[in-house]
Design a protein around this ligand. Sequence first.
Ligand code: NCD
Length: 353
Amino acid sequence: MQRTQEMTSVQPDWEKFYPRPISEKIPFFSKDGRVYDCLFAQQLNRDLLTLLFRTADRLREVTQHKDGADYVSGLLSDKRAMLYFAQPSTRTFMSFLNAAHILGVKTSEIRDSSTSSEVKGETPEDTVRTFSSYVDMIIMRHPTPGFVEKTAWLMNRTGRPVPIISGGSGKDQHPTQALLDVYTLYRSFNGDIDNKHIVMVGDLKRGRTVRSLSYLMKNYNKMSLSFVSPKEFKMEADILDFLKRHNIPYQETEDFKGVLKTADAIYMTRIQDEHDKAGESKKVDYSPFYFRQENLKDIKKTCVILHPLPRRHEIEVSVDDDPRAVFWRQERNGMWARAALMAYIFGVDGKIR
Ligand code: NCD
């Protein structure tokens, strides 16, 4: 009874809140001028990105020695985090888990909602509210667009809010992936991300990583983008509108080979067939969007090849040996970038830099 009343009283507010432009919603997910819940790439401005990159760089340096690692693992030893991953994950889960451990944060996890009381009929909203009774942060991946945001919204209205970090939300956003992607560019280009041509390749319609990464491009000067995809999986109009509003030039093309020569970074992605409604992915020939060994001769010496992973066939395995293939480093960068973000959210980043 209690719950029904509460749900009906908050639900209309959420229905009003959710469609508002993200720029208007950001203050609700901030505290004392800092990002509190990390839900959208649009929350990450250039200054914050630079701060996080410096923190991440410093973390990897300091933890090379036991003294430094012990110091860092004491910084948040009074905190506990919950990892709630209601969608498959290897890297994001592992990197958050290990990022937490670097900082001394204790962790608990649910990776399969069939093992939680949701099967007893508890609403997912009540389930995540329950987590907050035990922990100081929730890191969350969920298949339903807006659900991670709704959790943060609900939590901020309770007497014991805890920060929420999105580890991937439906098809819409994956902000910490974009953070580590740009951190990888930062490290690959010696800190100079401006004035670059970024080529994003693959299923751009249903991939959340390319969406979040596109938002981050507004933080850098003179960026240009090429979106290379089969015509069935072109980038969605909301992202293209965003780029237009921010005067970021882009082109859409199916000519992969044609854009390789001028690329400073090539961001490969897999086909996202888990979102198929009726096996539509099978009808699309994805092979023109593969990066093969023979393409290496066509790209600049300084060009870097990224991939959020997991990979299927879109990058030939022999490409991994080329120094310009940075996706394995990118994966590891994720752990440091996420540790930097957690340190920032808990306000101890200044003790690391
Ligand atoms: C990505 C995701 O989950 O969106 N994976 C990841 O987090 N590294 C990309 C993908 O699954 O294709």
